[in-house]
Design a protein around this ligand. Structure first.
Ligand code: ADP
Ligand code: MG
Length: 224
């Protein structure tokens, strides 16, 4: 799936309180791309990722998935499109505390009234090293395990692209490194495009394409 963002802007507030969180960001994401986006706190990283993934709508600009302008969809249609075609991984994992790991992973499928593919779930669990943890509640898991469950949840519907907003930000550097390696491997093996936001230059360097964002302005980092 080809994703094309054209001049996306997001402005919060008005008058003296006006904040240009994102300033005319344009970006093309091709199938299988692994892109990192680096920038300081408050530079507009989450705003950009939310717009690219249809979690939020821009003040101006366009976003197409295979030529289809997804902001023309109703909120309901957009939610369904997101659940089926887009994976999203949050810094804080966002697992539901009362559901087991397995239930958290299959939840997006249940919301779409789809039967989860048991074989695919087992494949994902094995790739992510959480087979023995599927019956546990999130609080019984380490941070790294919780994030691996969240990765499985992001992949369960077989999306074309996965967006991750500082996926290692709540992990120590060792489990953060492991989670990134897994995410990269799973993305490559399954042919997913992967867009990772980080303020860690080591993680940014794992990507094939690097972008930077400063004060809402996105730019490509050219290789030295
Ligand atoms: P980052 O993820 O890089 O830390 P964000 O995208 O969260 O940055 O925020 C970019 C800018 O937009 C910041 O100045 C932030 O304060 C502002 N911002 C983000 N969300 C809102 C909001 N809902 N209302 C007002 N300002 C916001
Ligand atoms: Mg952020």
């Amino acid at each position: 799936m080809q994703i094309e963002a054209k001049e996306l802007s997001k402005i919060y507030g008005a008058g003296e309180n006006k904040v240009v969180a994102l300033d005319r960001a344009s970006l093309t994401i091709a199938p299988g791309d692994f892109i990192s986006i680096m920038g300081p706190s408050g530079s507009g990283k989450s705003t950009l990722l939310h717009l690219l993934s249809g979690l939020d709508r821009p003040t101006s600009g366009h976003l197409t998935y295979d030529g289809k302008d997804i902001y023309t969809l109703s909120d309901r249609e957009l939610s369904a499109f997101r659940r089926q075609r887009i994976g999203f991984i949050f810094q804080q994992f966002h697992l539901l505390p009362v559901l087991t790991a397995r239930e958290n992973i299959i939840l997006p499928r249940l919301l779409d009234r789809k039967r989860p593919d048991e074989g695919y779930l087992q494949t994902l669990a094995q790739m992510l090293g959480i087979q023995e943890r599927l019956t546990h509640l999130p609080h019984e898991l380490s941070g790294g395990q919780q994030q691996r469950v969240a990765i499985a949840r992001a992949l369960i519907a077989g999306p074309d692209v996965v967006f991750a907003d500082e996926p290692t930000g709540n992990l120590d550097s060792r489990s953060g490194g492991e989670v990134m390696e897994l995410l990269k491997t799973v993305g490559k093996d399954m042919g997913k495009a992967l867009v990772v936001i980080t303020h860690d230059s080591r993680i940014a360097a794992m990507a094939e394409r690097r972008l930077a964002i400063v004060d809402g302005v996105l730019s490509e980092v050219t290789a030295e």
